[in-house]
Ligand binder design. Sequence first.
Ligand SMILES: O=c1[nH]c(=O)c2[nH]c(=O)[nH]c2[nH]1
Length: 294
Amino acid sequence: MSKVYLKEQEYGKENVRLAKVIRKEKWHEIIELTVRVLLDGEFESSYTKADNSMIIATDSMKNTIYILAKQSSCVEDIEIFASEIGQHFITTYSHVHKATISITKHKWTRMLIDGKLHDHSFLRDGEDVHDTKVVVSRKGITIESGLKNLLVLKTTGSAFHGFLRDKFTTLQETDDRILSTSIDATWNFNTISTDSIAKIPFNDIFESIKQITLHTFATDNSASVQATLFLMAKNGLEKHSEIESIRYELPNKHYFTYDLERFGLKNTGKDSDIFVPVSDPAGLITATVARVKE
Ligand SMILES: O=c1[nH]c(=O)c2[nH]c(=O)[nH]c2[nH]1
């Protein structure tokens, strides 16, 4: 019989859904999060010897998330709240070596009613979210943040020609096409010390990266998804020195012109206005862009 060993492990609770209301008299804020906690440490005997004595029950982890949410004044700053949760686990339990906390913040946009921002009513205006993954260990903290599911489309300002042609190629070149994608972006912060974390304006950086991404998408005369992706990342890195690298994952959500010639109707070139949105299969363009180390 061959000998085996536990190569690696992480365990915890995921999909912990949590909402917090912050009341400033009649003016309310709502924060809705989905949290995941994964712990690494001295848990080997629970796998290899059926010894549960070191296991922190995942149910206790869930309770801890709600308790810390009640006590924290930083729940809205998901990077900081995630590091508070991570710090809690590594300082409370000496056998926990690393805590990986992932948080997704869901969108609740304040309603505009009779021309005024309403004090306690919100709407979901889009499925795009802000998320973060924070790894806390005794060596320090690493933080990555992201923007996910931001669906965008432009009706012109996008071409695709000059690509490799061989016996497998049927795609026509185009000077003008619809470009649509669901933007996933992830950015990494330079290594952060526990003391300096509160000084980083994570929410402002998120809003800025989102605006830079949208501005680049709208204004770039796109030669390809690849070229537009690189420009988005370059613009983000140029604006934010706190960030080391940015990764984008951009599905190319194709809109093909429908063949209406068969019905005696022109629908190509300048006459094209009827398209079939084809979500699958989709192209998928991914890249990580990093700063050149001086
Ligand atoms: O911008 C694009 N990049 C590609 O790699 C590609 N491939 C394809 O079929 N269409 C496109 N568009």
